[in-house]
Design a protein around this ligand. Sequence first.
Ligand code: UDP
Ligand code: MN
Length: 445
Amino acid sequence: MTNVIIQYLFYGTIIFGIWTALLFICFRNNYGNDQQKKIQEPESIWSLETNVHQQDNNGSEQIPKPHVRAERTSKDRLTALLGTNVNVFYSDPELAHGLLQYGFNIIISRSLGKEREVPDTRNKMCLEKHYPKYLPTASVIICFHNEEFNALFRTVSSVMNLTPHYILEEIILVDDMSEFDDLKEKLDYHLEVFRGKIKLIRNKKREGLIRARLIGASRASGDVLVFLDSHCEVNRVWLEPLLFAISKDPKVVVCPLIDVINDTTLEYTPSPVVRGAFNWKLQFKWDNVLSYEMEGPEGPTGPIRSPAMAGGIFAIQRKYFNEIGQYDKGMYLWGGENLELSLRIWMCGGQLFIIPCSRVGHISKQYIQDNFRFMQSLRYNNLRLVHVWLDEYKEQFFLQGPGLKSMNYGNISERVELRKRLGCKSFQWYLDTVFPELEASMDII
Ligand code: UDP
Ligand code: MN
């Protein structure tokens, strides 16, 4: 009898042990999967925004990606991009290296080469529009730092191929101290085909995109300055609608609708009609267009009032750019200049519009090696903006990041003086008149 009891106890213990081990393994696997899923989901707020704001635009469903990079580690970025294929990706070092170096798929970019045709993404109503033969001339300014050769070249060749030459005064390329070899003699050599239309300026030191654009602008002779990033492809009849809007009112600053060139596939896809906005952290975001904006005779093809511009893709009359104080030269490397200029335009007597019939594709790079430095300069530049333009609402900004209050932002006296000289309106006026939705979002942190 005692033997039987001992046998039961012995086998019972073994079975219990096995079940515990199985349960443990099962739990571990589930937990591991959850963790993996978390890593694979891009944690960018922009993916949320996309769901919230998706809207119809003649069949197009994609919101353009923002001109703001989420801070990520390289591993997160690769994982977010490739999901479960991340291991395959790691086994292709060229692709991985290219992604980290340039922010997009350079293998596809190289296979596309120096020029390609992109789909015409314009609303059909745009095809009916006609523009006067006499329009102001444009200087297209493209700054670049360590850009992938083919992406840069496609930017230039798309402008050359899709712009009537009588309105294209010149293309000004500003090399902001790139280090890559293929951007030196090889670039000079290939640009020869466009001789006569291209000026190439090489900065002797890295200036950052804000000062690099100013260097380009100082060498321009066209009536209008058109700024593009070095990884864009313009679409058909892209420039005429921008120049036409400025010819009617020189204090109007205009942006094309920014189509998305996917950073992984380099596929060119249309964006819906959106307007530029931002939150109290001064993070740029795309936003729904208020319905009344599209109720005019031009429907969804008319100019859209935009509280902010996304970044470096816009057109402004050269004289007006100088009158309203260009950019803040005290800003560093990258970031914040788009919102600073947007506020300055609105508060100092100008207007900012998105022109939906003008379309320019842009590769939204989400990770590049300079990310950390970029984030530091963004913070500094934003502080300059806050102290010059936000009046009493600067407290709302500091609520989002109390540590920022005591941080250095250099000397802003010149910009404060500029604001006075131009007789600019208050930030309260901007909230009341241009962007009431921002004030309404004040309690949401
Ligand atoms: N750029 C530059 N110098 C810099 C940083 C950027 O000339 O120090 C160029 C860059 O090559 C690009 C443009 O400025 O053509 C805008 O930069 P980016 O595309 O990184 O900005 P985003 O698209 O995120 O606004
Ligand atoms: Mn860009």
